[in-house]
Design a protein around this ligand. Structure first.
Ligand code: HEM
Length: 166
């Protein structure tokens, strides 16, 4: 059992660090820098690959977190309602919300943007007004869902970091 818990804790924390670190790096450093080069410049980023890597990181974090919650604390109400349990539980809920937002909004939107970008490039000439409008709509959706996802994942990290001292 001890070895299983060690593997789950390692997976949970390393994948969580990768996920939240990537989200913060994108939101605070890469995207503001890329946007300075002009509207639509995000298309230069390998969006489909970034969303795949962050999707895998978030899935590993949530699955290992749920297993730890179950194996270590057995979903016991006495623990859940204690100050430490409340900290971990609120952190878990924020982490699950960030994961669902990534799986159902940010991930599919960045895949659609990558496909539309490839379609525009393959067509050769200037993009049609419909394509430009669709790209603008997708960019706005991606910006808002990735902002919320980053906020929720950072809240999850902060709560997980302090929960044991509550
Ligand atoms: C952004 C997402 C998350 C990050 C960065 C993260 C990070 C962490 C870290 C650093 C710890 C170690 C804290 C300590 O031992 O004092 C931890 C523990 C824990 N996390 Fe998360 N976590 C995340 C999401 C989740 C989710 C979604 C769940 C459950 C559904 C969860 C369940 C747990 C549990 C139960 C522990 C305690 C494990 C133990 O006592 O061995 N976490 N997490």
């Amino acid at each position: 059992m001890q070895i299983i818990l060690i593997v789950l804790r390692l997976t949970h924390i390393v994948a969580g660090a990768f996920w939240v670190g990537s989200a913060l790096m994108l939101a605070l450093v890469i995207l503001p820098g890329v946007r300075k080069s002009g509207p639509g410049a995000e298309r230069a980023l390998p969006l489909a690959k970034i969303s795949q890597a962050m999707g895998l990181g978030s899935l590993l974090t949530v699955v290992a977190g749920l297993l730890l919650y179950w194996l270590v604390y057995r979903f016991a109400w006495a623990w859940i309602s204690s100050p430490v349990g409340i900290g971990f539980t609120l952190g878990s809920l924020a982490g699950i919300a960030a994961f669902l937002l990534g799986a159902f909004s940010t991930g599919p939107t960045s895949k659609k943007m990558a496909a539309l970008g490839a379609q525009m490039q393959a067509a050769g000439g200037p993009p049609t007004p419909e394509q430009v409008a669709e790209m603008g709509r997708l960019q706005a959706k991606l910006a808002s869902s990735s902002q919320w996802g980053t906020i929720l994942a950072t809240v999850a990290l902060a709560l997980m970091a302090v929960a044991r001292s509550l």
